[in-house]
Design a protein around this ligand. Structure first.
Ligand code: AMP
Ligand code: MG
Length: 415
């Protein structure tokens, strides 16, 4: 009784301990240089500094007329239009007192000009393409020096670090790199993961149903999860509960030189553990009981020199295990400095009972008076994938907590 319980609790690894143990076997992948267009969602392997300032030259922020601010006043003023400066051209003129030049957004400001009056504030309203500039332009407005001008160097200084190593590149980052003329980018190689499911009960998604069998759903959840974390997947398929079948798939993983092997199922008590047998013939494997729910059983080992992570088979346990143990591995491998999963504080709409293990509960969030409120999406059985599909967060109930009263603040991992 008491003894047994205590011994079990003592043998149990905390989530943090288990994650640290796994992470200690991984380091960042090698880097490669790839074309800018292929860089979305890739992780930058070196700081990017701008070789020059941006904007590159003083330019107009509006379609209008480049002017000398000192020529303007609140009463009627007419300036002689001495030039026409479309975007992309070099203005070869200098504005003298009383002069203006028609200018397009982004076009370089001529010498002598220090402001732009927007076309809509003047008597020249014809903005059709191909219309030639007027001989004079009139307006009634006092313009300050610098108005509607984007000065050279206003955004970025030469030598300034604009994107840091470890950042996952977003579409707008690619745009900035293009502004800086960076055609090829040094990024971390994408981690490659060999993925297999195991179990004689598993059918392919398009196979006819058979008595006692279920469809292999984990390989879809996990393959997509790996990709969402920036990895490439080698889908090995389903290992039957035989030594030969498991060994065959593992050998494929080794030949394909992946970063690690990920499997689901076959790690719980009573599972036919051919996985263990195969790994131990050419490596080593530990079974851990982690103080968490769902997903207590977890396997970690090496097959030859390849790390192996064995997640539990139940669909929600496999998903949660991925988020808690495997996503961090992929983030470390791919050099990401920030996790792609955000954690926020929310309030539970209801009382939640827990068994004292660190629990990950499926919940949907909604906002009430500026506060995020969480409601559980259904029963929390580890096979109930629908309640995970309906959730947009996992509430994290810390180890040791048995009851969260309604209205209490809890941490939520946003999915
Ligand atoms: P096991 O860890 O092998 O005892 O499996 C635990 C539970 O997960 C069993 O109900 C299995 O049928 C189920 N399961 C195992 N693998 C998968 C899979 N790839 N897709 C869906 N369910 C699975
Ligand atoms: Mg099984």
């Amino acid at each position: 009784m008491g003894m047994g319980y205590n011994r079990r609790a003592f043998n149990m690894l905390s989530v943090t301990e288990a994650r640290e143990r796994i992470l200690s076997h991984f380091k960042t992948t090698a880097t490669e240089s790839i074309p800018l267009i292929a860089c979305a969602n890739r992780v930058l392997a070196a700081d990017i500094a701008s070789a020059h300032e941006l904007p590159l030259f003083d330019n107009s922020g509006m379609d209008g007329f480049a002017i000398r601010a000192e020529d303007t006043s609140a009463s009627h003023i007419t300036l002689k239009v001495v030039g026409d400066i479309p975007a992309g051209s070099t203005p070869n003129l200098t504005l003298k007192p009383g002069e203006a030049a028609r200018i397009m957004t982004g076009a370089q400001l001529p010498e002598g000009a220090n402001a732009v009056i927007p076309v809509e504030d003047t008597d020249f309203h014809n903005r059709k393409a191909g219309t030639s500039a007027p001989e004079t332009v009139s307006f009634e407005k006092k313009i300050k020096a610098g108005e509607n001008v984007r000065p050279r160097g206003m955004d970025i200084q030469a030598g300034e670090v604009v994107i840091k190593k470890g950042q996952t590149l977003k579409p707008q980052d690619l745009g900035l790199l293009a502004m800086l003329g960076i055609a090829n980018v040094q990024v971390y190689k994408k981690p490659r993961v060999a993925l297999l499911s195991s179990g004689d009960e598993l059918l392919a998604v398009d196979a006819p149903l058979e008595s006692g069998k279920i469809r292999d759903s984990n390989s879809y959840t996990l393959a997509a999860s790996i990709e969402s974390a920036g990895g490439d997947v080698l889908r090995l398929g389903v290992a039957k509960d035989t030594r030969e079948s498991v060994e065959g798939l593992f050998k494929k993983a080794i030949n394909e030189n992946v970063d690690f092997i990920l499997s689901s199922a076959g790690v719980s008590v009573g599972a036919f553990d051919y996985v263990k047998e195969v790994i131990e013939a050419n490596g080593e494997m530990d079974f851990w009981r982690v103080n968490m729910r769902p997903g207590k059983p977890l396997a970690f080992g090496k097959y030859f020199d390849k790390p192996f992570i064995g997640l539990p088979g139940n669909p929600v346990s496999a998903f949660v295990g991925f988020e808690v143990f495997v996503r961090p591995v992929l983030e470390r491998l791919s050099g990401k400095l920030e996790s792609s999963r955000r954690r926020i504080k929310v309030r539970s709409a209801e009382e939640i009972e827990s068994d004292g293990r660190e629990s990950y509960l499926r919940a949907k969030l909604h906002e009430e008076n500026g506060i995020q409120i969480a409601r559980l999406t259904g029963h929390q059985g580890s096979g109930n994938l629908l309640s995970l599909v309906q959730a947009d967060a996992l509430l994290i109930i810390p180890a040791g907590v048995k009851c969260v009263p309604a209205g209490q603040e809890v941490e939520a991992l946003l999915l």
